[in-house]
Design a protein around this ligand. Structure first.
Ligand SMILES: [Zn+2]
Length: 729
C-alpha cells in the first residue's frame, strides 16, 4: 500500500459501508449527522477492551483462568496480548527473536489467544520492538540505535539489552519476519505496536546514510525546528515512519485479510492513515493533569478518526515518571479517569502490566466501570456528537513553532508549552461554561469536516498555511463564527513568520509586535456589550501577559481596552500612567454572515496560569456571543461538570461528569463527592418523538417537562457520571 493507495483506501472506507459522510436528515439543520460507522465490523463491535502486558517470569506463574474470568466479568469483546518483538511469548522460530526467560515449552500467548477465542473475543497482538537482546546485538550491531558520538545505546533500564534503531534492519527486516510468523500462526485481528517508532534521534551509520541520500544533509544536532536540517529531519522521520507502517501493514494483511498494524500514538498523518481503530495510550494522571484530560484526548483523536472507534487505554496503576509499573490506583481515581474518557467517546480499555496479580484492589473498580458500560451498551454506541462548538487542535503549531522541546519564545521559535497551555486554558473555560464542544483537526478544515459547527475556537493556533487560512475564511463567509486568541495565523505551516496575520482581514487589525512577560497591566470592560456581560461591577480587570500590538482597520469602539503596564514596585510608584486608553484588546466583529472575536493577547494561556474568574467570563461570553444561538445542552446547578451530548441510532444521551472534587486538577481522587441537584435542558431534534427518559447512573426515572422544542430533565444528584438517556419513539 503506497501513500496514494492509503488515501484511497481511507476515503473508500469513509464513503463506503455505512457512509461516514452521508448526512442523515433526522432533525433540524442545527444538528448534523455523521452517519453509521465505516471500518471493520469486528472493530466497530468491540466496545470494551482488556490488555495484559506479560513479563518474562509470568509463563509458569500466572493463572490464565483468572484472566478468562476477568474478561467474562468485564464483558470485554477484545483483548490486546503480548506476543513478541523484543521478547517472544510463544515458541518462535525467527532467528534472534528471544524467547521469554521463563517461557520453557509453553506458549503463553497461544494459551491466552485460545481462551479469548473461546469467549468469542477478538485479539490484537502486542509487539514492542524498541529493544533487542545481547545475542541480537552480537549478530547485528548495526541494528542498534546510536548516540551523537556514534556509540550504540545500551538500554537505559535493562542493562543486558540494547536500544534498536528505527530506520535499520531490526524494524525493516527482522520485525516483518516476526509479524508474519505471529499472523500465520495465530491469525490475530491486528497488531498494536508499543514504542514502535524508535527512542529519539538515532545517529547510527544507517540513519546518517539514509538521511544524506534523502536530503543531502547531515543529521541535525539541534531540536530547533527552524534549523534547516531539523526541519528536513521532521519531514524525513515522518516519511520513514510511513514506510515502516505500510511495510508492517502489508506484511500482516498479506497473511490475513484485513489484519492491520496499529501504531501506539498514531502516525500524525490523518489524511493518509487508515486504521480500523485507534487505542490512545493515556495510562493515568500525573503531576497537574486535570481529570478532564482523558476526555480531551478522546476529542483530539476522534477529530481525525471521525466515526471510527477510538479506545481510551488506561492502566490500573499509578502513572508517573518514576514508573511504578506494578502499582495499583484506588477505585475513585480509576473511575474518574475512565469515565472522563467514556463521556467524550472513548471505548474503555484497561491495561494490566504483569499477568500475575500481586494487589487485587483494581479488580473491583474496573469490573464496576465495565459492567456499567455493558449494561448501557446501546447508549454508548454513538452515531453523532451534537456539539455546535469545536476547538481547533493544531499539531503543526506544536511541531514547527515549538519543536517538541522547551524553547525560549523568540522570532520564529515559540515555547512548546505555550501551545498546550493556551489550549488547556480555553478547554478549562469551556468545561466550566458547560458548553458541549468537540475538537477539530487543523489538517481537516474542509467544509465536510467543520461545516457542522457554528463556532470554531482557535486558541493561539500560530501555524496556519495560506490554504488553511482560506478554509477558515470560507467558513466565516458561509456564516461560521470564530473565536481567536494570541498569535493565531502569524506563522505559516512550517513555522515561518509572516509580516502580518494570515487572517488579518477577519480580525480587523494588522500585526505590529508581540510583547511577552507583561506585568501589572489591566483591561477596562466597556458596557453595555455581550462580551463584558457579568463584569458590570468591575471597573478594571487583569490583562494577559503576552500582549500583541495591532493596528485596527477601523475606529469601531470595542468592549475591552488596555490599561498599559505600569511599575509594580516600589509601592509608591504603583499607579497607572493612563487610567484608560482607547487601545482595543478585543475585536468583536460581524463579517458577512459570520462573527469574529479576536483577542490580541494570550488570555487563554494566562487563564490556565492564573484561572482568574474575570477571564473566564470573557472567554465564555466570547463563544456565546459568537454562537448567537441556544446551546444544544444547558445545565443549571452548582459546581463543575464536563458535559457532552450524543446521538445514537434510536436515542440521545447527555453525559454529565461530576468534576467537583478537591483533586480535580491534581490527582488522585480519594473519594467521589456527589453533587446536585441539576436541571438539564436538551434541544430535541425537530420531528423526533421523545419516549422513555432514564438516568443511567442512578437508574431512576427523572422528572421531565417540555419547554418548546426542549426537554427539561431534573437530575437530583450525580455521583460521578450521570447520563440522561432519551429513547426516541
Ligand atoms: Zn539509526
Amino acid at each position: 500500500m503506497n501513500q496514494e493507495d492509503g488515501a484511497t483506501r481511507r476515503e473508500a472506507m469513509m464513503l463506503g459501508a455505512g457512509g461516514l459522510l452521508a448526512l442523515t436528515p433526522f432533525d433540524a439543520p442545527a444538528f448534523a449527522m455523521t452517519g453509521d460507522m465505516a471500518g471493520l465490523p469486528w472493530a466497530n463491535n468491540a466496545m470494551r477492551w482488556a490488555q495484559v502486558a506479560f513479563t518474562e517470569e509470568d509463563p509458569p506463574r500466572y493463572d490464565p483462568n483468572f484472566w478468562f474470568d476477568m474478561f467474562k466479568k468485564t464483558h470485554v469483546e477484545a483483548a490486546c496480548l503480548s506476543a513478541g518483538g523484543d521478547i517472544a511469548f510463544y515458541p518462535t522460530q525467527v532467528p534472534l527473536h528471544k524467547r521469554a526467560r521463563d517461557l520453557g515449552d509453553r506458549d503463553m500467548f497461544g494459551e491466552m489467544v485460545k481462551g479469548a477465542r473461546a469467549l468469542k473475543m477478538s485479539v490484537i497482538a502486542r509487539v514492542d520492538p524498541h529493544a533487542m537482546s545481547e545475542e541480537a546485538f552480537a549478530a547485528h550491531p548495526e541494528w542498534a540505535a546510536c548516540t551523537e558520538d556514534g556509540k550504540p545505546r545500551r538500554h537505559w533500564a535493562a542493562a543486558d539489552m540494547w536500544v534498536t534503531c528505527q530506520n535499520g534492519g531490526f524494524m525493516f527486516d527482522f520485525m516483518p519476519a516476526v509479524l508474519k510468523e505471529i499472523t500465520d500462526k495465530y491469525q490475530p485481528e491486528g497488531f498494536f505496536g508499543n514504542r514502535w517508532a524508535g527512542s529519539g534521534m538515532c545517529y547510527c551509520q544507517t540513519c546518517r546514510t539514509k538521511f544524506r541520500a534523502a536530503t543531502g544533509m547531515e543529521l541535525p544536532t539541534t531540536n530547533d525546528p527552524q534549523n534547516p536540517q531539523r526541519k528536513a529531519y521532521i519531514q524525513w522521520n515522518a516519511d520513514m515512519r510511513w514506510k515502516q507502517f505500510t511495510l508492517w501493514n502489508d506484511t500482516v494483511s498479506a497473511s490475513k485479510k484485513d489484519c492491520f498494524f496499529s501504531p501506539n500514538g498514531g502516525l500524525n498523518e490523518p489524511d493518509k492513515v487508515m486504521h480500523p481503530l485507534i487505542a490512545v495510550d493515556r495510562q493515568g494522571r500525573s503531576g497537574t493533569t486535570p481529570v478532564w484530560a482523558m476526555g480531551k484526548y478522546a476529542k483530539q483523536v476522534r477529530a481525525y478518526m471521525q466515526n471510527l472507534p477510538v479506545c481510551g487505554l488506561f492502566n490500573v496503576g499509578i502513572e508517573d515518571e518514576n514508573r511504578w509499573k506494578d502499582s495499583v490506583q484506588r477505585g475513585p481515581e480509576l473511575e474518574a479517569w475512565a469515565h472522563s474518557g467514556i463521556a467524550q467517546g472513548f471505548r474503555p480499555w484497561y491495561c494490566k502490566f504483569n499477568a500475575r496479580i500481586f494487589d487485587p484492589r483494581w479488580v473491583a473498580p474496573v469490573t464496576k466501570i465495565f459492567q456499567w458500560h455493558y449494561a448501557n451498551d446501546k447508549y454508548m454506541r454513538n452515531t453523532a456528537n451534537l456539539a455546535r462548538v469545536a476547538m481547533i487542535n493544531s499539531t503543526q503549531s506544536g511541531i514547527f513553532t515549538a519543536g517538541g522541546t522547551a524553547f525560549t519564545a523568540g522570532d520564529g521559535v515559540r515555547a512548546a508549552q505555550r501551545v498546550t497551555d493556551s489550549q488547556n486554558g480555553y478547554y478549562q473555560a469551556l468545561v466550566e461554561a458547560r458548553i458541549p464542544f468537540e475538537m477539530a483537526d487543523d489538517r481537516q478544515l474542509e467544509a465536510q469536516h467543520i461545516g457542522r459547527y457554528r463556532v470554531l475556537v482557535m486558541p493561539d493556533i500560530a501555524a496556519l498555511s495560506d490554504k488553511q487560512c482560506q478554509q477558515i475564511r470560507d467558513f466565516v463567509q458561509a456564516g461560521g463564527r470564530i473565536v481567536v486568541t494570541g498569535e493565531t495565523s502569524l506563522y505559516d505551516e512550517l513555522g515561518k513568520r509572516r509580516a502580518n496575520f494570515g487572517l488579518a482581514d477577519l480580525f480587523g487589525c494588522d500585526y505590529v509586535k508581540t510583547e511577552n512577560g507583561v506585568k501589572n497591566s489591566y483591561l477596562t470592560p466597556r458596557h453595555p456589550h455581550p462580551l463584558t456581560h457579568g463584569l458590570e461591577d468591575a471597573p478594571r480587570i487583569i490583562a494577559a501577559t503576552q500582549q500583541i500590538t495591532v493596528k485596527p482597520h477601523d475606529a469601531a469602539k470595542q468592549p475591552l481596552t488596555l490599561v498599559p503596564s505600569y511599575p509594580d514596585l516600589p509601592m509608591e510608584r504603583v499607579y497607572p500612567m493612563a487610567e484608560q486608553t482607547d487601545t482595543p484588546m478585543v475585536f468583536c466583529r460581524e463579517v458577512g454572515k459570520g462573527r469574529v472575536v479576536y483577542f490580541p493577547m494570550d488570555i487563554d494561556r494566562t487563564f490556565w496560569e492564573v484561572l482568574a474568574a474575570d477571564h473566564w467570563v470573557l472567554l465564555k461570553n466570547a463563544v456565546e456571543w459568537a454562537a448567537d444561538e441556544p446551546s444544544p445542552l444547558t445545565v443549571t446547578g452548582a459546581g463543575i461538570l464536563d458535559v457532552s451530548y450524543w446521538r445514537q441510532r434510536n436515542s440521545l444521551a447527555a453525559h454529565l461528569v461530576n468534576m467537583n472534587n478537591p483533586m480535580m486538577m491534581k490527582g488522585p481522587y480519594r473519594e467521589i463527592m456527589p453533587a446536585g441537584p441539576y436541571t438539564v435542558s436538551l434541544a430535541v431534534p425537530a420531528g423526533a418523538k421523545v419516549g422513555a427518559v432514564k438516568l443511567l447512573e442512578s437508574g431512576a426515572t427523572p422528572k421531565t417537562s417540555r419547554n418548546g422544542d426542549r426537554l427539561v430533565v431534573e437530575v437530583p444528584r450525580i455521583r460521578l457520571h450521570e447520563v440522561v438517556a432519551v429513547d426516541l419513539a
